[in-house]
Design a protein. Structure first.
Length: 356
């Protein structure tokens, strides 16, 4: 599923990699401080302006059409990519805030897994711990603890256990324990999985891993959002979701999501936070992908033939001028500053799938 992040030497070997390289964040070393390298965005499709112009009765650009359906917002299609749907501004600002908060607080909670599981085992309350300036500290080997602690998927009697602490700890021999600030772990949080858990090492869903069902509110929303792409008379069953977290400079390399059984069912993908560039190509990396902006509140659906198309996110815009999050900032200004601080430099993507 997720291809390896773009390496350096083979970066331009395929048309997809070439496009990733074009949009990826690079820094020019200016004389005073490093500056983001300017990037030509003239070929990036902008569904916000397309839908605004469409609302004023302008014609749609060649290759883009509006889906005839009774969804309560315009749904756009790409003639070059059957099964791909774009719903600009599908989520209200309140919904965006709620999903960002959930993505940071409840979604990464065990038994949901995150990219940190393999190193640290399950981590509880990462977001609040980062806010409180806590440090994750490796505890004494388990024979010095109460022995019942299960801390890691591959846990053995001697597997290390990591716990949040207010201060750096020392072992009984007086050595500083290994530790990492919660704020660093929050910045390095790249994904969490809800519902059926995906085993990245085996590239498949592992139904035997402990999991909770997708929360009801997310089920209801994704079922509604999936309707424009659903085969008629069928229901979308949200069984798994991946939440991706992007900070400045992070990207999601070109990949296919091909581990789900029924490709006629869409992947419902919601964008939150900073604006990003999304690339959708063809069924091999040799096809030159189309680039488009994804803003907070946009939803895309990928079903049918579009499920066989390589796609990825080469870039997010975490700078004030391009992030386009002023409404979100306003909405978050009544809340705890930690959300505001996170959202100013981050993007969150929640994508929901029917697995079987
Ligand atoms: C994915 C994915 C796209 C995005 O998680 O499979 O393609 O917009 N995400 O982040
Ligand atoms: Mn994907």
């Amino acid at each position: 599923m997720y291809g390896s992040e773009t390496g350096t030497e083979d970066v331009e070997r395929t048309a997809f990699r070439k496009a990733e390289k074009k949009y990826k964040l690079y820094y020019d070393n200016g004389r005073k401080k490093k500056q983001p390298r300017p990037v030509d965005l003239s070929e990036v499709l902008d569904f916000k302006s397309i839908s605004e112009r469409y609302a004023q009765n302008a014609e749609l650009p060649a290759g883009i059409s509006k889906l005839q359906c009774d969804f309560d917002r315009p749904v756009f299609c790409l003639e070059s990519h059957p099964g791909f749907y774009f719903i600009p501004g599908a989520l209200t600002i309140e919904e965006q805030c709620q999903w960002i908060k959930d993505s940071l607080t409840s979604f990464p909670q065990p038994p949901n897994r995150t990219n940190h599981n393999v190193i640290y085992g399950p981590i509880e309350d990462l977001f609040v711990s980062a806010k409180q300036g806590k440090v994750l500290v490796e505890e004494e080997p388990s024979h010095q603890r109460n022995g019942t602690d299960s801390n890691n998927d591959q846990s053995t009697a001697t597997a290390p256990s990591w716990k949040f602490s207010d201060v750096q700890s020392f072992s009984s021999r007086g050595e500083a324990c290994k530790s990492v600030p919660a704020s660093v772990l929050l910045r390095k949080l790249r994904w969490s999985t809800l519902g059926l858990q995906f085993d990245w090492s085996k590239r498949s869903y592992n139904v035997s891993l402990p999991h909770n069902k997708i929360p009801d509110d997310l089920c209801q929303l994704s079922t509604k959002l999936a309707t424009p792409a659903m085969p008629s008379g069928e229901d979308f069953q949200p069984e798994a979701a991946i939440v991706n977290y992007f900070g400045q400079g992070d990207m999601l390399g070109g990949h296919l999501d091909d581990m789900e059984k029924d490709w006629s069912k869409p992947i419902v993908s919601m964008s939150l936070g900073c604006k990003a560039i999304f690339l959708i190509g063809g069924n091999s990396r040799e096809h030159t992908p189309l680039a488009m902006f994804l803003r907070s509140g946009d939803v895309i659906l990928m079903a049918g033939a579009a499920r066989e198309c390589f796609h990825g996110v080469p870039r997010i815009f975490a700078d004030k001028e391009h992030a386009e999050i002023s409404e979100l900032e306003l909405q978050f200004s009544d809340e705890d500053d930690s959300f505001l601080e996170y959202v100013r430099t981050s993007r969150v993507n929640i994508n929901i799938r029917q697995v079987f």
